[in-house]
Design a protein around this ligand. Sequence first.
Ligand code: HEM
Length: 503
Amino acid sequence: MSVDVGLLLTWLLGGAIIAALTVLIIPSLASYVHKWRVLWPVTAPGPTFPIVGNALQFKSGGGEFFNQIIQYTNEFRDAPLLRIWVGVLPFVVLYHPENVEVLLSSSKHIDKSYAYKFLHPWLGKGLLTSTGDKWRSRRKMLTPTFHFSILAEFLEVMNEQSEILVEKLRKQVGKEPFNCFNYFTLCALDIICETAMGKSVYSQSNSDSEYVHAIYRISDIIHKRQKMPWFWPDFAFYLFGEGREHDKCLKILHSFTLDVIAEKAGNIAYTDIDSKDSKKKRRAFLDMLLNATDENGERLSNEDIREEVDTFMFEGHDTTAAAMNWALYLLGCYPEEQKKVQNELNEVFGNSSRHVSMDDLKKLKYLECVIKESLRLFPSVPMFARTICEDCNIAGHEIPKGVNAIIIPYSLHRDPKWFPDPEKFNPERFLPENSSQRHPFVFVPFSAGLRNCIGQRFAIMEEKVVLSTVLRHFQVESKQRREELDMLESSFFVQRMEFGLNS
Ligand code: HEM
């Protein structure tokens, strides 16, 4: 009997392909069906179909999609949580403090969701994007770099950059209303550049810098890609999307950071020898990272340090810029509250034009309430996401491992049970006597639990220094009412605000 070798090979190959597909598809299919069945009892905001999920009802633009989710959380305020399927990806939407607590207080659910993958080319697996043991070890190493005494060293940079901002704003006094978003963003960028790397990019005076431009472009490109699933596969991103421009920016950003690291690494060796000289130098996060060691006494490589410095650059400037803009906008809408801030500034500084000190910061209690109330109404990170890492129970519903959870501070912060008359701008809510009984997970602009924002004290300090300096010089008036700001344009929608300044 003769055997047809060609036929045999075809059968073997065919069999191998079918076996591989079975191994790959059946478990995924089984997991999909399991999640579908288990999540079914959770409230859905519309009809859900197999494979497409709720995709047919979603708006395509990023701002519109965000708005839609917010509308669902309003409409289903009494439901404990929502489920949505984006194609075959299941999500639960959390906007009640008890349920947010289940997720954020757990040491298990620390993995970031799929959308963070698009940050990897720029930030690698830095603190924001890493997980497991790598994240634990890095977090341990980096926490001391945000110690109070180290933050105090950054005060001077914040004061200097605020003064430059004031000089730039002065040119607008008494003129047509103008948009100050870019002014604050560039100030925040200069502050983070100097404090993270010890390097000035002078973006306030030179916004044409290649580095500054690359930071803007890449942030924009990544945000857009996260919202457009058709650009998720690399080939589509490079063929039809902004992949090539993304890589061009990446090259500029990585080589800038690596050059600064190399330069600093050289300097560290020098200043270690000449300790008198090192005292005079300003320390940056980067200097501390160069000296930091993990539990085994190992130092970070230059590439590890680059990941962390780039992460600070990404997380540490447009978040604070948006927060400062909103605070100023709200004060510009509410003259009485602005007056209270001015009174506090008068009490602390009088007529003096001296720099803000650490002592002053402690005294600016009402300004701190304003900052918190602004972050309540307009959190710089209005939603963030995690992957559920093991089966858990939220509000009586079983949530299987692998489901994505979206936490929506924007809606959570508007829970009328904890914030009566939630749309009202009322900084007094954050006075200790009014906030001590509040649920600890109902106000989470910096997230909470193990993976909370490592830079939150830095951020509040920066906001206090910049806002107090600006408000010691000017009175602001917002030229649009809140209803007029078009939320659909952008989730930060701050870019369209207009201010009038009086000295
Ligand atoms: C108003 C300003 C800021 C806000 C509202 C804010 C908010 C947040 C939020 C919500 C998270 C959690 C994100 C997530 O789970 O996906 C986060 C994480 C983080 N933030 Fe901030 N942030 C601010 C400023 C800063 C600054 C100034 C820095 C650095 C200097 C910074 C560095 C980080 C880092 C490294 C993480 C990741 C922490 C980890 O996973 O261990 N942030 N931030």
